[in-house]
Ligand binder design. Structure first.
Ligand code: KG4
Ligand code: ZN
Length: 338
C-alpha cells in the first residue's frame, strides 16, 4: 500500500510516500524566511505552502518511484496548527482524494508526533511513556495501545520549544531558537546561572513561563549597555537548556515509578536536542527500558509521521466523509481517561 502524507500545519511543507514496510520518501521544505521576523508569520506561511506543495509532490513521487495513480491512501494534517497553513494541505489532500477516488484520512498533528517512533527500526512497545516536546506542545502521555492515549500532564503556559525560541530572541540569537541555543550551550557553563525548574499543581504538568522570566530578569540585572557578551550568552544558553531539560526528565522519572511502562519515546521538534536525547537514553538504561527517539528528520514536522498515523486509522477500518468538516474538531479522537 502506498500512503501519501501531507503536512502543512506551520512553517514546514512536507510530503511523504510511505508503505507498511518503509518510508519511501519524506521531503521537507522549510520556510527559512520567517527567521528575519523572529517568528512565523501565518499569512506568509500559507502562501509559501501554496507555492511549495505541487513541486514538492512531484519531487516526492519521482524520488520514491511512485506514480500518482499508484497512491492508495491520502492523509493530511487537519490540526492543530495555523488555520491558513492547514487549509492548504488539507484541501489539497481532499481534492486529490476526490480526483483519484482514493480514501482520505485527516490526521491530528500531535498524534502524528506521538507515533513517529514507529518510523524507526526499533519500535516502541505498548504501553509506552511518550514525551511530546515541540514548539506548540509539551505533553507527557501513557500510550496504552494504538487508540488509547492517557494524558498525564501538559504545559500550563508556554511550550518547551516556545521557551527555547523566546530565550534565543532575548539573547539576540535567531529563530528557530532551539538549534541555536543548543549550539551556544555546547561550550557554555550550565552551572553559571541557577534557573528554576517550573512547578505546577498537577505533578505531571509543565510550566515554562517562570523559567523564561527568570532568564529575562538575569539579563536585566546585568544591565549591559550594548550587546550581551558572547561568553554570557553561552552561559545563559547552557543554564537555560539544563533547566528546560530537567523539567522533562524529572517527570519522566516520576512516571516510570508510578506506571507500568515498556518503552520510553521522546518525540517532537525539541527531541532533536542532544542533551535531552542523552538524558532520556540514560534514564532508559537506568530503568532497563528501551528508548525510541526518532532520527532528527522525523523529530520536527514531517509528512511521514502523518502518513503513518493516517495508515493506522485506515487499517483499523476508519473512514472519513470528504464533505465533513475536519477542522477544528477532528473526527477521530484517541485520548481516553485513566
Ligand atoms: O515539532 P516542531 O517542528 O513544530 C511544532 O509542532 O511545534 O517543533 C519546533 C520546535 C521549535 O520551537 C524549535 O526551536 C525546536 O522545536 N527545536 C529545538 C531543537 N531543534 C528544534 N529545541 C531544542 N533543541 C534543538 N536542537
Ligand atoms: Zn509539530
Amino acid at each position: 500500500m502506498n500512503v501519501l502524507g501531507i503536512e502543512s500545519s506551520c512553517d514546514e511543507t512536507s510530503i511523504s510516500i510511505l508503505t507498511e514496510k518503509e518510508v519511501k520518501s519524506n521531503l521537507i521544505a522549510s520556510q527559512h524566511f520567517h527567521s528575519e521576523f523572529g517568528g512565523v508569520i501565518p499569512e506568509l506561511s500559507s502562501r509559501a505552502h501554496l507555492q511549495q506543495i505541487i513541486p514538492l509532490i512531484k519531487q516526492t513521487l519521482k524520488e520514491s518511484n511512485t506514480e500518482l495513480g499508484e497512491v492508495d491512501l491520502i492523509t493530511a494534517t487537519a490540526g492543530p496548527g495555523l488555520i491558513g497553513a492547514l487549509i492548504v494541505g488539507l484541501t489539497f489532500g481532499k481534492s486529490l482524494s476526490l480526483s483519484l477516488n482514493k480514501p482520505f484520512i485527516p490526521v491530528n498533528h500531535i498524534e502524528g508526533h506521538i507515533f513517529s517512533g514507529f518510523l524507526m527500526e526499533e519500535k516502541p512497545d505498548y504501553p509506552f511513556l511518550c514525551a511530546v516536546v515541540s514548539g506548540g506542545h509539551t505533553l507527557l502521555l501513557v500510550v496504552k495501545s494504538k487508540f488509547e492515549i492517557i494524558k498525564l500532564g501538559t504545559t500550563i503556559d508556554d511550550a518547551i520549544g516556545e521557551a527555547f525560541d523566546k530565550v534565543s530572541k532575548m539573547i539576540g540569537l535567531g529563530y528557530p531558537g532551539g538549534p541555536l541555543i543548543q549550539q551556544y550551550a555546547q561550550d557554555g557553563d550550565s552551572e553559571y546561572f541557577k534557573f528554576p525548574i517550573g512547578k505546577s499543581k498537577n505533578k505531571y504538568d509543565f510550566s515554562y513561563s517562570g523559567l523564561k522570566t527568570a532568564v529575562l530578569r538575569e539579563i536585566q540585572k546585568m544591565n549591559f549597555k550594548d550587546e550581551i557578551p558572547h561568553e554570557i550568552k553561552k552561559n545563559i544558553a547552557a543554564s537555560f537548556q539544563k533547566a528546560a531539560v530537567e523539567a522533562i526528565t524529572k517527570r519522566v522519572r516520576l512516571a516510570l515509578s508510578e506506571y507500568k511502562i515498556n518503552s520510553i519515546s521522546l518525540v517532537g521538534g525539541v527531541a532533536a536536542n542532544n542533551l535531552l536525547r542523552d538524558e532520556i537514553k540514560k534514564i532508559g538504561e537506568e530503568h532497563n527500558k528501551n528508548v525510541i527517539i526518532p532520527d532528527i528528520e522525523y523529530c520536527g514536522d514531517n509528512a511521514a509521521m502523518i502518513a503513518y498515523r493516517g495508515m493506522q486509522y485506515h487499517l483499523a477500518g476508519k473512514k472519513f466523509e470528504l464533505n465533513s468538516n475536519a477542522y477544528p474538531s477532528l473526527p477521530f479522537n484517541t485520548f481516553v481517561e485513566e
